[in-house]
Design a protein around this ligand. Structure first.
Ligand SMILES: *Cc1c(COP(=O)(O)O)cnc(C)c1O
Length: 422
C-alpha cells in the first residue's frame, strides 16, 4: 500500500482547508464532482465520439459524454460542444490546429497585460508555430481601447482574433470584437476560461452570439474538474471552401472535432467528462446562480477595500471575480514575488503577476492577482473579504517579521475552521 501519496493527499487537503485561497484560477469542486473524477471511468478507452468509437464497450460512456455535451449546450445556449479537451490550453491548441496553417497571423491579448500563454506567447507553441501579434490595455486607464484593436487588426490582417484573458478585471465587448473580425475577415475566438461560470449565470456579456468559437476551462469560476471545452453558438460552413471528397462543404463542427481527436489528443478522459457533466448540472441550479453573483459582490467589496487602503487596482475596479493589484502605488519597494512569499507563509495564497507596463521582470513582478471564486465557494461574503484585505495589508506591511506572519497564519487557520471543506 502506498502510504506516501495517501499522506501527501491528506496534507494537501489540510492545506486547502486551512488557508485563504485567493488564486483567481482556482476553486473548490463539489464532492460529487470529485467522486466522478475518482471513478472507474478512468479505466475506459473511448477514442472517437459518442456513437462513433474506435473501441468496444463504450455504451455507458457514450451516454455520459452525450449528457455532458447536452448539458453544456443548454447552459451556454450553444449549438455545438466538444467536451474532450484535457485542458484550456488543449482546447485552444485544437482550435488553432483546425483553423490555421503554420505561419498564419493571429491577434491576441498581450500576456504582460493579462493575456494567456496559449494566445501566442513566444514560449508557447502558439507563438512558435503562428505569427503572433497583440493588443493591450492603455497605460492610464488599464482598459483595452477598441479603436486600437481595430487599428492593429487592419495592419496585421490576422486569420484569428482571440479575446479573453487570465488577469483582466473588465468585461469584454464581444460585439465590437466581432465587427473588427468581420472587417478583416478573421475568425473570432472567445476564450472565457476565467469568467465562464459568471457567463453561465448570465452575469456578464454573452460571447456565444458573437464569437465564432468559444473555448474555456471547466475548473475556474465554473467549478468543475480540471479540463477544457470548445463551444459554438451556431455551427457554420468553413469559410475556406474546404469540401469532402464528395464535394460537400465541411462544417466547422467537423473540423473542430477532428482537430481535438485525432488531431490533438488520443483517448478522452471519460472520468473527467463525467465530472464536467456533474458541474454543468450544478451550474444550471439556482444555488449556483446565487454563488456566482456572490463571487462578483465579494470581488467588488475586495476591490473597494483595497483602493481605500491606497492600493492601485488595474482599471480601477472589477466587473468579474478577479483583480490585478499594482503594489507600486503603496509599496514601491515590495515586488509581487516578495508579497506572494510573505502572504503564502501566512496561508494567504495569491500569485505574483506582471502588471501592464511593469518595471520588473516576470519572475519578480510588481503585482499580485487575487480572485474570489474559491473562498466564495467556502461561504465567505462581502464583510469577510474586507477583513481579508486588512489581513493582506498587515502581512505585506510586516513581511519581514516572522512572528507577525506566524500570528496571522494561526488567525487565518482559525477563521477557516468556520467554513468546512469536504
Ligand atoms: C487558465 C487559462 C487557460 C488554460 O487552461 P489550462 O487548463 O491551464 O490549460 C487558457 N486560457 C485562459 C484565458 C486561461 O485563463
Amino acid at each position: 500500500m502506498d502510504t506516501q501519496i495517501a499522506n501527501l493527499i491528506a496534507s494537501e487537503l489540510e492545506r486547502q482547508r486551512n488557508g485563504f485561497e485567493l488564486i483567481a484560477s482556482e476553486n473548490f469542486t463539489s464532492k460529487q464532482v470529485l467522486d466522478a473524477m475518482g471513478s472507474c471511468l478512468t479505466n475506459k478507452y473511448a477514442e472517437g465520439y459518442p456513437g462513433k468509437r474506435y473501441y468496444g464497450g463504450c455504451e455507458v460512456v457514450d451516454v455520459i459524454e452525450q449528457l455532458a455535451i447536452d448539458r453544456v449546450c443548454a447552459l451556454f445556449g450553444a449549438e455545438y460542444a466538444n467536451v474532450q479537451p484535457h485542458s484550456g490550453a488543449q482546447a485552444n491548441a485544437a482550435v488553432f490546429l483546425g483553423l490555421l496553417n503554420p505561419g498564419d497571423a493571429i491577434l491576441g491579448f498581450e500576456l504582460a497585460h493579462g493575456g494567456h500563454l496559449s494566445h501566442g506567447s513566444p514560449v508557447n507553441f502558439s507563438g512558435k508555430v503562428y505569427d503572433a501579434h497583440f493588443y493591450g490595455v492603455e497605460e492610464d486607464s488599464g482598459i483595452i481601447d477598441m479603436d486600437k484593436v481595430a487599428e492593429i487588426a487592419q495592419k496585421v490582417r490576422p486569420k484569428l482574433i482571440i479575446c479573453g484573458a487570465s488577469a483582466y478585471s473588465r468585461d469584454w465587448d464581444y460585439i465590437r470584437f466581432r465587427q473588427i473580425a468581420d472587417e478583416v475577415g478573421a475568425i473570432l475566438l472567445g476564450d472565457i476560461s476565467h469568467p465562464a461560470g459568471l457567463i453561465a449565470a448570465d452575469l456578464l456579456n454573452d460571447p456565444l452570439p458573437h464569437c465564432h468559437i468559444v473555448t474555456s476551462t471547466t475548473h475556474k469560476t465554473l467549478r468543475g474538474p480540471r479540463g477544457g471545452i470548445i463551444l459554438m453558438g451556431k455551427d457554420f460552413i468553413n469559410p475556406w471552401g474546404r469540401t469532402t471528397k464528395k464535394g460537400d462543404p465541411i462544417m466547422m463542427s467537423t473540423i473542430l472535432n477532428s482537430a481535438v481527436f485525432p488531431g490533438m489528443q488520443g483517448g478522452p478522459l471519460e472520468h473527467v467528462i463525467a465530472a464536467k457533466a456533474v458541474a454543468f448540472y450544478e451550474a444550471a441550479q439556482d444555488e449556483y446562480k446565487k454563488y456566482a453573483s456572490q463571487v462578483i459582490k465579494n470581488a467588488k467589496s475586495m476591490a473597494t477595500a483595497l483602493v481605500q487602503k491606497g492600493y492601485n487596482i488595474i482599471s480601477g475596479g472589477t466587473d468579474n471575480h478577479l483583480m490585478l493589484i499594482d503594489l507600486r502605488s503603496k509599496y514601491p519597494d515590495v515586488s509581487g514575488k516578495e508579497a506572494e512569499n510573505a502572504l503564502v507563509k501566512a496561508h494567504i495564497t495569491v500569485n505574483k503577476n506582471m502588471v501592464p507596463f511593469d518595471s520588473r521582470t516576470p519572475l519578480t513582478t510588481s503585482g499580485i492577482r487575487v480572485g474570489t471564486a474559491a473562498l466564495t465557494s467556502r461561504g465567505l461574503v462581502e464583510d469577510d473579504f474586507e477583513m481579508i484585505v486588512d489581513w493582506i495589508d498587515y502581512v505585506i506591511q510586516n513581511r519581514n517579521d516572522e512572528t507577525s506572519i506566524q500570528v496571522m497564519q494561526e488567525r487565518v487557520q482559525q477563521f477557516m475552521k468556520n467554513f468546512p471543506l469536504y
